[in-house]
Design a protein around this ligand. Structure first.
Ligand code: BES
Ligand code: MN
Ligand code: ZN
Length: 513
């Protein structure tokens, strides 16, 4: 939980009082208790703390000052390093600091933590509050649902309440930023929860149930396309992948509607609740990680949640999550089978483990026909190849529209979720030519991320479209203070950042390829 408090840091009698210190700064601003500045002076003098990035120093004010000077149990100084020239990097500096505070707070078993915002950091008050809030709440994330040992749970207990003190910044702006940060962090943590759930704890039915729940809480329209309707609509991709499963598939739809005149952006997320590979079975080692194959769907559902809560004007947003598991039951799809997607395109199945593109294809084609969006973004743990290319540090981006690609790159940077754009074109598209059907579902060993995108592109026509391959970043993501081990919750915050101030795309620059 996070709250803005009007209490002064001197009056805070909780467990941990935190100040953020830039490298090279000798004194904290005028309002700061003199005890803190005296301590800072001494600690710096002794060379024990310089304010370097990720550096921390903990002390007990009771040992050095009068009780009346500071009432907090402990004081933590957290280094910010030097202010970066780049604004996105400064936002990340604060997020990282927030993550460190959460970790240190939990380590000393703090229940209440008060963070004094850094007045002299060059960002707006709202941005400062937003990014610190994100870091605090993202760093405070735990998943202990399946632990039954109370002691083990207690050991990793997160901080109960964070308080922000405006530190002399406008408290209205701080409150606004804090709320935005809270909405984003809560949404990303919800995505982590979904991902942490095992395949038997998070099925397509759970996706639908969650979407229904948030549609009641926020201003969202909810609908789900069930198996029978999929059959009528001819969604051979989702149905095909689902053939070997005991769990019925679903296509979950959430609509955020503002004004009909405003443009519509459509988000599509891969909600594969467990990917065994199907008949083209995956190796046993590491297969448990394939419960994370729904992280694209989680990003889309939780982005819809955050958008509905933040309620930006000027844009309508549609979220689609095709969801099923990929199992090898007796009726499962086989290599060589041919399926027919929504809209009539046929596809030859070469490898049943290339299933993500099959379920996304139906959702893309159906969504574009139904909602005529001006832009489409899909998010998916689609290829192992993206890990070979970019490792666990950047999400792969493929797009048919430069403006959309640039906006996404920028939104990713602002969110601390970096993307890297890969090319696409007819030379790659050739790799998925089939001799018996319109296309086939794999494109050979080379450029696996791009040929997977080529498959998707078949279903978007010339609608401006971008594809995010998060197979490398959805878990085992770059080590960061505010990203605990496990699922990162990637994508949610980037999508919301993209849609916050959405402007219609310039006319027709989408190239046909
Ligand atoms: N869900 C996987 C992609 C994946 C692999 C995500 C590793 C995270 C880590 C996807 O469905 C898949 O199996 N893709 C295949 C495609 C291939 C058969 C063309 C792959 O990448 O190996
Ligand atoms: Mn697969
Ligand atoms: Zn998969």
């Amino acid at each position: 939980m996070i709250k803005l408090t009007s209490k002064t840091p001197e009056d805070f009698a909780g467990d941990l009082l935190v100040y953020l210190v830039e490298e090279g700064v000798e004194r904290l601003p005028g309002e700061t208790a003199s005890l803190v500045n005296r301590a800072l002076y001494q600690i710096k003098e002794q060379g024990d703390f310089k304010g370097k990035k990720e550096e921390t120093f903990l002390f007990y004010p009771g040992l050095i000052g009068e009780q009346e000077e500071l009432k907090a149990g402990r004081v933590l100084l957290v280094g910010l390093g030097q202010q970066d020239d780049n604004m996105a990097a400064r936002l990340e500096q604060l997020r990282i600091a927030g993550g460190i505070i959460a970790t240190q707070g939990s380590k000393v078993k703090a229940v209440d933590v008060l963070v004094v915002l850094p007045k002299e950091f060059v960002l707006s008050a709202a941005e400062i509050a937003e990014s610190i809030t994100e870091g605090l709440l993202l760093g405070n994330y735990r998943f202990t649902e399946y632990k039954t040992d109370e002691e083990a749970i207690e050991k990793v207990k997160p901080v109960t309440t964070f308080f922000l003190s405006d530190g002399g910044l406008s408290s209205t702006a701080v409150r606004r930023g804090m709320n935005r940060g809270r909405i984003l962090a809560e949404a990303a943590c919800a995505a982590r929860d979904m991902a942490n759930q095992p395949g038997n704890g998070w099925t397509p039915a759970e996706f639908a149930e969650y979407a229904k729940k948030i549609s009641k809480k926020f201003r969202l329209k909810y609908k789900v396309i069930e198996k029978a309707t999929m059959k009528k609509l001819g969604m051979g991709g989702i149905l095909g992948v689902n053939q070997g499963s005991e769990q019925p598939p679903k296509l979950v739809v959430l609509e955020y509607k503002t004004d009909k005149k405003d443009p519509t952006v459509m988000l599509v997320g891969k909600g594969l609740t467990f990917d065994s590979g199907g008949v083209s079975l995956k190796p046993a080692a590491g297969m448990e990680d394939m419960k994370y194959d729904m992280c694209g769907g989680a990003a889309v559902i939780t982005a819809m949640q955050a958008i509905a809560e933040e309620a930006p004007a000027g844009v309508n947003v549609i979220g689609l999550v095709p969801t099923t598991d990929n199992m090898a039951g007796g009726a499962a799809l086989k290599p060589g089978d041919i399926i027919t997607h929504f809209g009539g395109k046929t596809s030859e199945i070469i490898n049943t483990d290339a299933e993500g593109r099959l379920i996304l294809a139906d959702a893309l084609a159906y969504g574009i026909e139904t909602y005529a969006p001006e832009a489409v973004i899909d998010v998916a743990t689609l290829t192992g190849a993206v890990i070979i290319g970019l490792g666990h540090h950047r999400t792969g981006l493929v797009a048919n529209n430069d403006t959309l690609a640039e906006r996404l790159l920028e939104a990713g940077e602002r969110s601390g979720e970096l993307l890297w754009r890969l090319p696409i074109g007819p030379e790659y598209r050739k790799q998925i030519d089939s001799t018996v059907a319109d296309i086939k579902n794999t494109g050979g060993k080379s450029a696996g991320t791009i040929t997977a995108a080529c498959y998707l592109q078949e279903f978007v026509g010339d609608v401006p479209w971008a594809h995010l391959d998060i197979a490398g970043t959805a878990w085992e993501y770059t080590e960061k203070s505010y990203v605990p081990k496990g699922p990162s919750g990637i994508g949610t915050r980037t999508l919301v950042n993209l849609l916050r101030n959405w402007n219609p795309l310039p006319e027709r620059e989408t190239k046909k390829s």
